[in-house]
Write a protein of this length. Structure first.
Length: 129
């Protein structure tokens, strides 16, 4: 029991570890570390350990601000916030690429396409062969 409690207290999210994996491991360790503790109390403790294990303090603080009472709720909030952060980051990258293209520095037109709606510049992607 002490071994599992120590593991739970020192658990941190790995560099490429998903929130799903972290959630499952925290749930497993909490059940092993506190087998006799009432379910609601164990959920509250597991939630705190999960938020501590996330690592990114600002990210964990945003999840804590939503005041999750259970581990599954904290996981759902963290998953949603992480998805929003990734979408926002990808959107910024897309806007930067698009503005570079508009200035003509990122990609150059490869040829004209004569389609049914008029001439269109076909753009050669950086990834195309």
């Amino acid at each position: 029991m002490d071994k599992h409690r120590t593991e739970l207290q020192s658990r941190c999210r790995g560099k490429n570890e998903t929130l799903q994996s972290l959630h499952a491991d925290i749930r497993r360790l909490a059940a092993l570390a506190f087998p006799t503790v009432e379910h609601t109390a164990r959920e509250a403790m597991a939630t705190d350990y999960f938020l501590d294990a996330i690592g990114a303090s600002e990210f964990a603080l945003r999840v804590r601000d939503r005041q999750p009472k259970e581990l599954d709720t904290a996981f759902a909030i963290a998953l949603q916030m992480e998805a929003w952060m990734m979408f926002s980051r990808n959107r910024k990258n897309y806007k930067a690429e698009f503005s570079r293209y508009q200035r003509g520095s990122a990609m150059a037109p490869a040829r004209k396409y004569h389609g049914p709606f008029g001439d269109v510049d076909v753009v050669r992607s950086r990834c195309s062969l």
